[in-house]
Design a protein around this ligand. Sequence first.
Ligand code: 13P
Ligand code: SF4
Length: 301
Amino acid sequence: WPAFAGDIDAILALKRERDAVILAHNYQTPEIFHCVADIVGDSLALAREAMKVDAGTIVLAGVHFMAETAKLLNPAKRVLIPDLGAGCSLAASITAADVRLLRQRYPGVPIVTYVNTSAAVKAESDICCTSGNAKKIVESLGVPKVIMLPDEYLAQNIAAETGVEIVTWAGHCEVHERFTAQDIRQLRAGHPGIVVLAHPECPPEVVGESDFTGSTAAMIDYVGLKRPARVVLVTECSMSDNVAVQHPGTEFIRPCNLCPHMKQITLPKIRHALETMQHEVTIDPAVAEPARRAVERMLEV
Ligand code: 13P
Ligand code: SF4
């Protein structure tokens, strides 16, 4: 990618100078994902990898809750996010006060919080989950009823898989809520033999029309293992771009829903973050301690 060469070279040099590593989510654009990231993955992998970082600085090429999770799990490191405006419609849908009210309303019912939330919301929760482990986390609690926040569709999809009664919250991912069952039926009609992989943040009717549901990493693994001739990844646009480069034998059909938050992160902003060591993510210690406990409980399951 010659257009990006100047920024890429500068970022690679700055990483060495600043003792920094770049953790990038699977939704980052290919020039970030393939050319400057040290570690790529889904939310769960990024959390686990953040814990192991030895370098002094972590640049999180992803959204704000991911940078907060990295800071919670490796608090001695400086964690930078290249744009503080990289939010998430799920994280924005719920506050810590909302969680306190739910706890009062459903006494004794465990609260499972998706990692796509602020540290303040995590701090009010019993345990976190990601799309990669939500089923396992809910089952690990061994109870007939849980509260799962804030993604209504993820909660409904997990309730259907586990048989556990789940109290939901009306939060949605603005990327995945736009896919419909009709979209999937049209894809199948237009592309015979297509394998449909959907993210569990999609509405249950979309999951019901799909061949496989899993986190972004699980979708990538599926393509690597099964090598479908023709596939659609029902998720954010950059996933297919990133994975297609590695699988030239597979035809990727690409209905494209873009995450405007993920797309706040660009090569020039990563370069600027490393030049200026901004924007540093900090968490109030009173919030960090209980939030860390909820994330660590998840990682122990
Ligand atoms: P995962 O990569 O954990 O599946 O999450 C998808 C997502 O929407 C993150 O914002
Ligand atoms: Fe949030 Fe959805 Fe964007 Fe992920 S893709 S950051 S869940 S809005």
